[in-house]
Design a protein around this ligand. Structure first.
Ligand code: PBG
Length: 332
């Protein structure tokens, strides 16, 4: 049934915008600190906080500093932190064995956070790109990204992260069949309560550029990721991927990038009603920071407006490098 709209002057839609009290009363969506997941970069060493040039305000931190950051995030009420390792070329191999090393930077960080800041949920990244000599999320054989051998490696990586104490596994690799394989392995190993937040609809996007600098993958990457990440022109395929991942055992799903893909967020939420997240990725973050630094936009207001847009599009939460800054603004 179509709602009937009364004609002017019975309907003056400005009436419900007349002051803050009334605007608050009719406000449809809210953004709170509960909606935020903070991605952080962990690297070797101790006492290190190294700025990422293409992401102003973002650091690569040694494990001790990641723990400090987690403590700060928990203090701000941020419910979850997501760990990404930075690896130098010398830490990358063809077999990507570093990915399931219980003592790699990510797993050390997970263990340290769970020991010292138990209240914050820890999410991980599952993909081979940060351990791969060629920067791809999967094994490369004769120039092709091979699916099934990659899934076996991703399962080992998943189990190592669960052993380290991860609460939420975040497969960002886009291989077929990985969610089912990970879920089965987690169940068999007694990790029934470890969740999977699947990067279900992940696009082959140019917005990931600054992230690849942050994790050391830019120099390593040969070619592009178009045979496994989605074509930005597609929308129905996102629904097929989400449907598949939920059926295989994903607890939550993600759309990535964020702001340019809000139509996908809305379709996913309306179709499945599952916990739906968006990743406001590095390039989106860098654009807002850069424009703000130039005085071309009001950085704080654009930050909060962009995060609210995700809520309006149906997302339950957002992975964002703005998490601590946004949490502080929301507090005040
Ligand atoms: C790696 C991964 C990427 C991001 C998250 N996990 C990059 C990629 O797929 O190349 C991007 C995050 C960002 O841009 O902020 N599998």
């Amino acid at each position: 049934m179509k709602p009937t709209v009364a004609p002017f002057p019975a309907a003056r839609l400005r009436r419900t915008r007349q002051n803050p009290a009334i605007r608050g009363l009719v406000r449809q969506n809210t953004l709170t600190v509960d909606d935020l997941i903070w991605p952080v970069f962990v690297r070797a060493g101790t006492g290190i906080e190294e700025p990422v040039p293409s992401m102003p305000g973002v650091m690569r931190r040694s494990v001790d500093k990641v723990v400090e950051a987690a403590r700060e995030a928990a203090g701000l009420g941020i419910p979850a932190i997501c760990i990404f390792p930075y690896t130098g070329m010398e830490e990358r191999t063809e077999d990507c064995a570093g990915a399931w090393d219980p003592d790699n930077h990510a797993n050390r960080a997970i263990r340290a956070i769970k020991a010292e800041v138990p209240g914050i949920a820890v999410m991980t990244d599952v993909a081979l790109d940060t351990y791969n000599i060629n920067g791809h999320d999967g094994y490369v054989v004769d120039g092709e990204i091979v699916n099934d051998a990659t899934v076996e490696a991703l399962v080992k990586m998943t189990l190592a992260q669960a052993e380290a104490g991860a609460d939420i596994i975040g497969p960002s690799d886009m291989m077929d069949g990985r969610i089912g394989a990970m879920r089965a392995a987690l169940e068999a190993a007694g990790h029934q309560n470890v969740m999977i937040l699947s990067y279900a609809a992940k696009y082959a996007s140019a917005f990931y550029g600054p992230f690849r600098d942050a994790v050391g993958a830019s120099a390593a990457l040969t070619g592009d990721k178009k045979t496994y990440q989605m074509d930005p022109a597609n929308s129905d395929e996102a629904l097929r991927l989400v449907e598949r991942d939920l059926r295989e055992g994903a607890d939550m799903v993600m759309v990535k990038p964020g702001l340019p893909y809000l139509d996908i967020c809305r379709r996913v939420k309306d179709t499945f009603g599952a916990p739906t997240f968006a990743y406001q990725v590095s390039g989106e973050y860098a654009m807002i920071r850069a424009a703000a630094q130039n005085g071309w936009i009001d950085g704080d207001r654009v930050m909060l407006e962009s995060l609210m847009a995700f809520k309006r599009a149906g997302c339950d939460g957002i992975l964002t490098y703005f998490a601590p800054a946004a949490a502080r603004l929301l507090q005040s």
